[in-house]
Design a protein around this ligand. Structure first.
Ligand code: FAD
Ligand code: SIN
Length: 536
C-alpha cells in the first residue's frame, strides 16, 4: 500500500544557499521539509570560490555596483530588481555573518593592526567589493548555514531524495486556477516514490552546468528545477544566456575544478602557450575583462592555434601571497603536479552559470500559485544577458529572504493527492542507453550550442536533441525511475530550452554570441526569450 503523503507548510527542494537560507527564514513560522538529492552539503554553493559581491566599503557605492551589474547585463537587466537586490544585499550579508560566516580580513596598510575586509576584485567590477573566505567562500557559507539550520526543530531533512515532478491541480484534472500542491520524490535509499504536499513549494535546485560536456559545476547541476517547472507549464526565460567561466583547470585528473577569477583580480594574466598575452587586443581591461569577452577570446585563441588550453600565469606574485590567498587552488594544483607559484596554470573555458531560468519576481513568486523559485534556478532579471561575477550568492540571499516573507501567506496546499503510478514498468535492462544518451547530449551541446553559435549548428542540435528525447521518454515510461534516468530526462529538457531560446534571439548580446547575427539589435534590448510548455 502506498504511504500517506507527508505534509509540510514549506517544502524546499535543494540545500544550497538559496534553499537553506529560505528554510532558516521560514522555520519560525511553520514546518519545513528540505528535500535534497545527495548529501546536504553537496551543491554548487559548496564549491563557490570568489565570494559575495556587496557594498561594504566607503570607496564603493550602491550606485557603482548597480552600474557594473547593468553594464555586464548588456541591456537586459530589470533595473528595479537590480537596485533592490544590491541595496538589500549588505543587510543579508550581515545576517550571514551573524550566523557565523567569517570573511577574510587584512590589516589596513599604514595602521598598526587595524583590520578591514580583504575585498577581492573580479571581472566587470569597478571597485574591490567581493567578500570572500580566501578561495573557499562557498564551503564556509554552506557550513555556516547548515550549522544554523541543523538546530531548528521545525526543519526536517530528506537527503538522497530526488524530486521528480511537481503535482498541480491541473495535472490532477481539477478545475479552477492551477496551483502547486506538492512533489513526487524518489527515495533513493528504498527506490520508492513518495508524495510530499505543502502550502508552499520552493524550487532551490540550482543550475544546469552538466548539460555541457565541460563544466565547473558538480554532478548535482542537472537543471532539474527548470525541467520540472517547464513540465508543469511555468514560464522559463533567457536560457540562451549560459555563462562560460574562462578558467576551469585543464588536467585529465581534475574534474570540474575552477580557478577563481580572483586570481586575475590579484594580477593573474591569461597567456597563449607561446607565453604571449593576448587579452589586451580583445578588451581594454585585458585579462580582467567581463567573462563573456575573456571566454570568447580564449576560445578564438584555442581555435587559432589548435591548442587544447591556454595559460593563467600568476607566478610574478610573491609565493607566500599566492599560497595564503589561494590555499585551495594551490594545494589542488600541487596534487596534480603544478606549482602555481612557479608554473602557469593550464585552463579552458567551461559552462558555469545559468542566467535564465524559471521566471519569478523579486519575491521568488512564479506564475504557478504555491510555487516559488530562488537562487540559480530562477530568472529574476538581476543578471540580464550576462551575470556580474559574485552576484549570484548575493541574489540567492536576498531573494530567499524575500520569498520566505511572501510564502508565509500561501495557504491551502493540503488536498487529496493520488500516489505515484508505476503502471507496468520494470527495472531497466540496459543502462548503456542512459550513459550513451547522457554523453551524446552533453557533447552535442558543447559542440553546437557553446560559446560561439550559428543558426545551422543550433538547428542541428535541436534535431539531435529531439531524437534523444524520444528515446529517453520511451525509456522513462517503460522502466522504473532511477536518479540517472531522471537527470538524463531533465538535461534533455534543459538542452531543448537553451536551443529554443537561442534560436528565438536573432542577435548577439551578452553571453549569446552567434556568427549569423554578430551585433546586438536594439529591437531586442529589454526583450526576454520566453518558452512555455503548452502540453502541460
Ligand atoms: P545550489 O547551491 O546548486 O544547490 C542546489 C541544491 O538542489 C543542491 O542541494 C542539489 O542537490 C539540490 N537538487 C537539485 N536537483 C534536485 C532534485 N531533483 N531533487 C532534490 N534536490 C535537488 N557565485 C558567486 O556569487 N560567487 C562565487 O564565488 C561563485 N563561485 C562559483 C564557483 C563554482 C565552482 C561554481 C560551480 C559556481 C560558483 N558560483 C559563484 C555560482 C554559485 O555558486 C551558484 O549560483 C549558487 O551557489 C547557487 O545556489 P543555489 O542554492 O541556487 O543552488
Ligand atoms: C569565481 O570565483 O571566479 C566565480 C565567481 C562567480 O561565478 O561569481
Amino acid at each position: 500500500m502506498a504511504a500517506k503523503p507527508k505534509h509540510f507548510d514549506f517544502l524546499v527542494l535543494g540545500s544550497g544557499i538559496a534553499g537553506v537560507f529560505f528554510a532558516l527564514k521560514a522555520a519560525p513560522r511553520g514546518r519545513v521539509a528540505i528535500v535534497t538529492k545527495k548529501h546536504r552539503a553537496e551543491s554548487n554553493t559548496n564549491y563557490a570560490q570568489g565570494g559575495i559581491a556587496a557594498v561594504t566599503s566607503k570607496e564603493d557605492s550602491i550606485e557603482m555596483h548597480v552600474g557594473d551589474t547593468l553594464n555586464a547585463g548588456a541591456g537586459l537587466c530589470k533595473e528595479e530588481v537590480v537596485r533592490r537586490i544590491i541595496a538589500e544585499g549588505p543587510e543579508r550579508v550581515s545576517e550571514l555573518m551573524a550566523l557565523g560566516m567569517e570573511f577574510s580580513e587584512r590589516e589596513v596598510p599604514g595602521t598598526s593592526g587595524r583590520r578591514e575586509y580583504d575585498l577581492g576584485k573580479e571581472g566587470g567590477h569597478s571597485k574591490r567589493r567581493i567578500l570572500h573566505a580566501k578561495d573557499a567562500t562557498g564551503r564556509a557559507v554552506e557550513t555556516a548555514l547548515l550549522n544554523a539550520v541543523n538546530i531548528q526543530p521545525s526543519v526536517e531533512w530528506f537527503e538522497n531524495h530526488f524530486a521528480i515532478d511537481l503535482i498541480t491541480t491541473q495535472k490532477l484534472g481539477q478545475s479552477g486556477p492551477n496551483r502547486c500542491l506538492g512533489v513526487y520524490v524518489l527515495n533513493q535509499m528504498t527506490g520508492e516514490v513518495e508524495t510530499f504536499s505543502a502550502n508552499a513549494v520552493v524550487l532551490a535546485t540550482g543550475g544546469c552546468g552538466k548539460v555541457y560536456l565541460y563544466t565547473t559545476n558538480p554532478d548535482i547541476a542537472t537543471g532539474d528545477g527548470v525541467a520540472m517547472a517547464y513540465r508543469a507549464g511555468v514560464d522559463i526565460a533567457n536560457m540562451e544566456f549560459i555563462q562560460f567561466h574562462p578558467t576551469c583547470l585543464y588536467h585529465p585528473l581534475a574534474k570540474s575544478f575552477l580557478i577563481t577569477e580572483a586570481v586575475r583580480g590579484e594580477g593573474g594574466v591569461i597567456k597563449g602557450l607561446d607565453g604571449q598575452e593576448f587579452m589586451q587586443s580583445h578588451h581594454e581591461l585585458g585579462s580582467l575583462a567581463p567573462r563573456d569577452v575573456v571566454a570568447r577570446a580564449i576560445d578564438a585563441e584555442m581555435k587559432r592555434t589548435g591548442s587544447e588550453f591556454v595559460h593563467l600565469d600568476i607566478t610574478h606574485k610573491p609565493a607566500p601571497f599566492i599560497i595564503d590567498r589561494f590555499p585551495t587552488i594551490y594545494s589542488k594544483c600541487l596534487e596534480l603536479g603544478i606549482d602555481i607559484t612557479k608554473q602557469p596554470i593550464p585552463v579552458v573555458p567551461a559552462a558555469h552559470y545559468q542566467c535564465g531560468g524559471v521566471v519569478t519576481n523579486i519575491d521568488g513568486e512564479t506564475s504557478l500559485c504555491g510555487l516559488y523559485a530562488v537562487g540559480e534556478v530562477a530568472c529574476t532579471g538581476l543578471h540580464g544577458a550576462n551575470r556580474l561575477a559574485s552576484n549570484s550568492l548575493l541574489e540567492a540571499l536576498v531573494c530567499a529572504h524575500r520569498a520566505a516573507g511572501r510564502a508565509l501567506n500561501t495557504g491551502g496546499g493540503e488536498l487529496e493527492i493520488p500516489p505515484w503510478q508505476t503502471g507496468s514498468a520494470n527495472d531497466a535492462d540496459e543502462m548503456v542507453v542512459v550513459s550513451h544518451n547522457w554523453d551524446e547530449l552533453r557533447r552535442t551541446m558543447w559542440d553546437y550550442v557553446g560559446i560561439v553559435r550559428t543558426t545551422k549548428r543550433l538547428q542541428r542540435a535541436r534535431k539531435r536533441i529531439g531524437v534523444l528525447q524520444e528515446e529517453i521518454l520511451q525509456y522513462y515510461w517503460d522502466f522504473n525511475v532511477t536518479s540517472d534516468l531522471l537527470e538524463l530526462r531533465n538535461i534533455a529538457t534543459v538542452a531543448e530550452l537553451i536551443v529554443e531560446c537561442a534560436l528565438q534571439r536573432p542577435e548577439s548580446r551578452g553571453l549569446h554570441y552567434t556568427l549569423d547575427y554578430p551585433d546586438a539589435d536594439s529591437n531586442w534590448a529589454q526583450k526576454d526569450t520566453i518558452v512555455s510548455n503548452t502540453r502541460s
